[in-house]
Design a protein around this ligand. Sequence first.
Ligand SMILES: *[C@@H]1O[C@H](CO)[C@@H](O)[C@H](O)[C@H]1NC(C)=O
Ligand SMILES: *[C@@H]1O[C@H](CO)[C@@H](O)[C@H](O)[C@H]1NC(C)=O
Ligand SMILES: *[C@@H]1O[C@H](CO)[C@@H](O)[C@H](O)[C@H]1NC(C)=O
Ligand SMILES: *[C@@H]1O[C@H](CO)[C@@H](O)[C@H](O)[C@H]1NC(C)=O
Ligand SMILES: *[C@@H]1O[C@H](CO)[C@@H](O)[C@H](O)[C@H]1NC(C)=O
Ligand SMILES: *[C@@H]1O[C@H](CO)[C@@H](O)[C@H](O)[C@H]1NC(C)=O
Ligand SMILES: *[C@@H]1O[C@H](CO)[C@@H](O)[C@H](O)[C@H]1NC(C)=O
Ligand SMILES: *[C@@H]1O[C@H](CO)[C@@H](O)[C@H](O)[C@H]1NC(C)=O
Ligand SMILES: [Cu+2]
Length: 588
Amino acid sequence: MGKLSMAAASILCMALAALAAVGEAAVVEHTFVVHEMNETHLCNTTKIYVVNGQFPGPQIDVTEGDTVVVRLVNRLPHGLTIHWHGVRQIRSCWADGAGFVTECPLPPGGDHTYRFNVTGQVGTLWWHAHVTCLRATINGAIVIRPRDGKYPFPTPAKDVPIIIGEWWQLDLVELDRRMADGNFDDNPLSATINGKLGDLSNCSGVPEESFVFDVEPGQSYLLRIINTALFSEYYFKVAGHTFTVVGADGNYLTPFETDMVTVAPGEAIDVLMAADAPPGHYHMIALANQPPLPDPQIPVFISRGLIRYAGVPNDNNGLPVPVPIMPNQHNTMPSFYFHNKLTGLAYPERHRVPMHVDERFFITLGLGSICRDPTKKVCKRRRSNETIVVATMNNVSFHPPTTTSLLERYYDGTGKGVYTEDFPEHPPRPYNYTDRAMIPPGPLEEVLEPTFKATKLRRFKYNTSVEIVFQSTALLQSDSNPMHLHGYDFFVLAQGLGNFNPKRDVYKFNYHNPQVRNTVQVPRTGWAAIRFVTDNPGMWYLHCHFEFHIVMGMATAFIVENGPTPETSLPPPPPEYKRCGANGLSQP
Ligand SMILES: *[C@@H]1O[C@H](CO)[C@@H](O)[C@H](O)[C@H]1NC(C)=O
Ligand SMILES: *[C@@H]1O[C@H](CO)[C@@H](O)[C@H](O)[C@H]1NC(C)=O
Ligand SMILES: *[C@@H]1O[C@H](CO)[C@@H](O)[C@H](O)[C@H]1NC(C)=O
Ligand SMILES: *[C@@H]1O[C@H](CO)[C@@H](O)[C@H](O)[C@H]1NC(C)=O
Ligand SMILES: *[C@@H]1O[C@H](CO)[C@@H](O)[C@H](O)[C@H]1NC(C)=O
Ligand SMILES: *[C@@H]1O[C@H](CO)[C@@H](O)[C@H](O)[C@H]1NC(C)=O
Ligand SMILES: *[C@@H]1O[C@H](CO)[C@@H](O)[C@H](O)[C@H]1NC(C)=O
Ligand SMILES: *[C@@H]1O[C@H](CO)[C@@H](O)[C@H](O)[C@H]1NC(C)=O
Ligand SMILES: [Cu+2]
């Protein structure tokens, strides 16, 4: 889409939304045709996978309470599912779209209809492919507007998605294969903002196109910042402007002022930006952060865009265009400070934190290795080619099924031999989780590194209050971990650096106005505590949203049993649901 038609389209969306808001709940219908497309960046034509010829894909605009119906037509040579990231899917787990967890991928040539309601959520969510790495280009925003048209902040003149992503030259299916083999040396070529690499990238001096956003002086804009990247957390700034953070993951936040937003893969952050600077042009920048050495290093990923005030000539009156001053890419502390400042906008009836805990988990997140030869338990470790590097939760690396879906097995009562229900409540042995001496070439990791693959899930009775403390470890690397739970929003009670200490740290828990999220960025060498009540029956994927971590096994799934009534139970699969095995549904 051109710059102008982009702007025109968002104005049209606004107008339609305003009309819809006054009416009854609507059915919002889309057809997503997924196909291959050639796109050229940096003098190289690459085959990518897209929906309806768009990267990022089409935006889904709804008003809270609407029903969404998406017909998915698969014209790829690969299997495919689409996940509606953050949509609570209350009693509609069948439509969650998690490959091999809630359904088998739709085979090439197939079509499939997803139908679900968007209830009790307002703000920004998104959708993406949920098999292999296809989500790098198969993704888009879900914008949910309030039914009464009222925001708990001044109504913005316009809203715009800021979809931060990556441009890959490597075929995404090939990338997935390589990551599953423990190889995480592949990198994207560049960061993108709304699909644009930006003018800091060029080939033979010809700069790449930048994302451009046109503003009117004095107006206020709602930026819906979504991180769809496979790899990195991003810092986002606009020169000469500050933001008021007002929402995240389809929930409102207590507004606060900042000049920088941090957004991890899976997160969606809503901010207001007032066009209150002297009229001119201003650069925006999205910059990926990463831990410093001795962690494995990636190149600098950056995309630069532009804010243009109306009435300012194209040459910005001959003045230089201000560039925001970004933090050092190796400094991950701004992420911790940003996430630590978020609190929920208290709605007493909906957002009451359960004060008791029925089941308590302490879950370590890290890497490990298994022997390449599956018959061996002993092999040369430390990234030798006798091992495959995997990712773990409580020292279990998730092994997803490849020909069946966990939800169907659970529903049919045929889970035996496919999964067990003994995902551990705590790591098998305590160690100093955040000791950076475990990062190679450190001496400490060798005894802790061996691990194993298994399909260990956990089953909960309906209406169980669950608390999880996630602990990011420094085992082989010291990454943060954006943990995402399907089918739920949870309270983020607290986060901290170092090892979680229950005696000291429970006093930090915020029971008054915690943020309500579907993704929590567990800080690098730190922890985060969440709580939720199992009020939505089904099979719900819990995983890190760094793609290499999920492919390598940093995942599990929670089974939530039916409650006592039909209103608290998962209905049978809807007629449009396609069972594994039917119509050749199985592997990609
Ligand atoms: C992409 O380009 C290749 C090589 O020129 C061509 O064979 C292929 O048909 C193109 N694919 C599409 C979808 O246009
Ligand atoms: C979605 O909403 C419609 C209309 O209110 C209702 O008939 C339907 O049962 C709902 N579906 C689910 C899964 O709750
Ligand atoms: C172009 O991209 C392909 C992968 O699609 C890669 O193999 C090749 O090396 C790239 N060429 C250049 C000049 O970067
Ligand atoms: C092109 O990129 C190179 C290296 O990234 C940079 O040094 C050069 O200034 C850029 N040229 C243009 C015209 O942007
Ligand atoms: C593993 O690495 C060694 C030494 O670099 C090499 O000789 C051997 O062929 C490799 N084995 C495999 C299975 O790649
Ligand atoms: C854990 O490791 C960190 C970093 O090396 C160190 O500062 C801390 O003292 C260690 N804690 C314990 C209990 O050994
Ligand atoms: C994980 O379990 C393996 C045994 O399966 C053990 O050797 C290893 O030390 C454990 N690692 C951690 C971090 O607990
Ligand atoms: C859920 O459990 C709480 C107490 O733990 C109880 O007060 C409430 O009535 C239960 N709700 C349902 C729907 O079972
Ligand atoms: Cu992770």
